[in-house]
Design a protein around this ligand. Structure first.
Ligand SMILES: NC(=O)c1ccc[n+]([C@@H]2O[C@H](COP(=O)([O-])OP(=O)(O)OC[C@H]3O[C@@H](n4cnc5c(N)ncnc54)[C@H](O)[C@@H]3O)[C@@H](O)[C@H]2O)c1
Ligand SMILES: O=C(O)C(=O)C[C@]1(C(=O)O)C=C[C@@H](O)C=C1
Length: 368
């Protein structure tokens, strides 16, 4: 692909998309616009963008593709600004917002002007924000949901996929309504639950730090996403209010069911509750990214002594193997602990196995 891309919003997702697009289209020029000038400066410095635009209008008139990667509550106003710009006849406008109904509705104004708007949502991310956290492989094997409306020619959708080919994502078409319900269930609502568990633990802490200190693998796993941007999640929840209210009500009923089972001391019922959840959870793809985002984890049995983490990361650094996360799986009584190291690719994980086998006697495996 050749041409100019205007990227509006130079944060985690915008930055990652720019890096991914450059992988497959070496000759494109990426122009960037962000209200936060520090993000613009960083994006330029990190070579995420080629040029900074002073205004949206400046970049829009030259762009063959416009990507809006701003918070969801801002995106409709950006669309309105674009509708007042002089745009190229064949331009494609897309977004990356975590919600779709309100954004696609706002895009009517573009379509009325004969401009192609295709809603998009790459289903991968992080609890981190800002261009500094951008990664070119963030979307590898993840689902990338597209919500083309009636009347958008398929060749335009194919063109957009071609622009985004460097993400190596799996594109899926879905209606905005279905999108907001499904992502509500598997992404938005879990963020409420994660935050609520942290609040509950904080109350249990009662000024002492014991709960925080003892919070082990399980709590950390389920609450990682509570570290996400509060601004972003406020906006997403407000955009997807109806679905959230419905899911909250269903969740309350579900909790009442568990409460009832406990009151009754219903052993079979409680067992089934966990068993059925395990059956379903175990069938989710583990080492592939998808609706449920995962990294390539390596489990290493290590002696429980101070400095073991830096020992292992030191060996990986010698071999130039990047890791995305490292943690102790759980606090255990025995002398061995399990270190879980996450990698961005399966290849990095395989290299790590060879590296750890080369430098140590520690056992490695792909599962706990
Ligand atoms: N973070 C994730 O995990 C994730 C995953 C998929 C999709 N998304 C969606 O991607 C979008 C961006 O999220 P992010 O995680 O990259 O956030 P981010 O905070 O890292 O980046 C957003 C950027 O938009 C800029 N911005 C805000 N208002 C603006 C305006 N009026 N004009 C221009 N720029 C403006 C901010 O300065 C910031 O640099 C959101 O809509 C979010 O719902 C996020
Ligand atoms: O991995 C995370 O930290 C995320 O929360 C990513 C996540 C998700 O819920 O899966 C968050 C919001 C997006 O719209 C898509 C992906």
């Amino acid at each position: 692909m050749k041409g100019k891309v205007l990227l509006i919003g130079l944060g985690l997702i915008g930055g990652s998309l720019a890096l991914a697009m450059r992988r497959s289209h070496k000759d494109i020029i990426i122009m960037g616009y962000d209200v936060n000038k520090e993000q613009c400066r960083l994006a330029k410095k990190l070579q995420v963008i080629d040029e900074e635009c002073v205004t949206i209008e400046d970049g829009a008139k030259e762009a063959d593709l416009v990507i809006i990667a701003t918070p969801v509550n801002i995106t409709p106003s950006i669309i309105a600004t674009l509708a007042n710009c002089t745009l190229k006849e064949n331009v494609i406008v897309t977004d990356v917002g975590s919600t779709k109904q309100k954004i696609v509705k706002a895009s009517t104004i573009l379509r009325e002007n004969g401009i192609t708007f295709i809603g998009g949502h790459p289903m991968a991310g992080s609890h981190k924000s800002g261009v500094i956290a951008a990664k070119e492989r963030l979307f590898e094997n993840a689902f990338y949901l597209l919500t083309p409306t009636d009347g958008i020619p398929m060749e335009k959708v194919e063109q957009l996929k071609e622009w985004l080919a460097g993400t190596n994502a799996k594109f899926l078409h879905i209606s905005p309504k279905e999108h907001d319900y499904i992502t509500g269930v598997i992404s938005h609502f879990p963020h409420i639950i994660a935050a609520s568990l942290v609040h509950q633990a904080e109350q249990a802490n009662n000024g002492k730090n014991l709960v925080n200190r003892l919070a082990a693998g399980g709590f950390r796993d389920i609450t990682r996403i509570a570290s996400s941007s509060p601004d972003m999640w406020r906006d997403i929840l407000l955009h997807n209010k109806d679905v959230m209210l419905r899911l909250l009500s269903e969740w309350r009923q579900e909790m009442e069911r568990v409460e009832q089972l406990l009151h009754e001391e219903n052993e079979t019922g409680i067992y089934d509750y966990f068993f059925q959840a395990k059956e379903t959870r175990d069938q989710l793809p583990t080492n592939k990214k998808g609706a449920i985002h995962s990294f390539y984890d390596l489990f290493v049995d290590v002696p429980d002594y101070p400095g073991v983490i830096s020992e292992i990361t030191g060996y990986l650094a010698i071999e130039d193997i990047s890791i995305t996360n490292i943690r102790i799986l759980e606090t255990r009584e025995d002398i061995y602990g399990v270190l879980v190291i996450s990698f961005q690719t399966d290849d990095d994980r395989k290299r790590a196995v060879h590296c750890i086998e080369h430098y140590t006697d520690y056992m490695t495996s792909f599962g706990p």
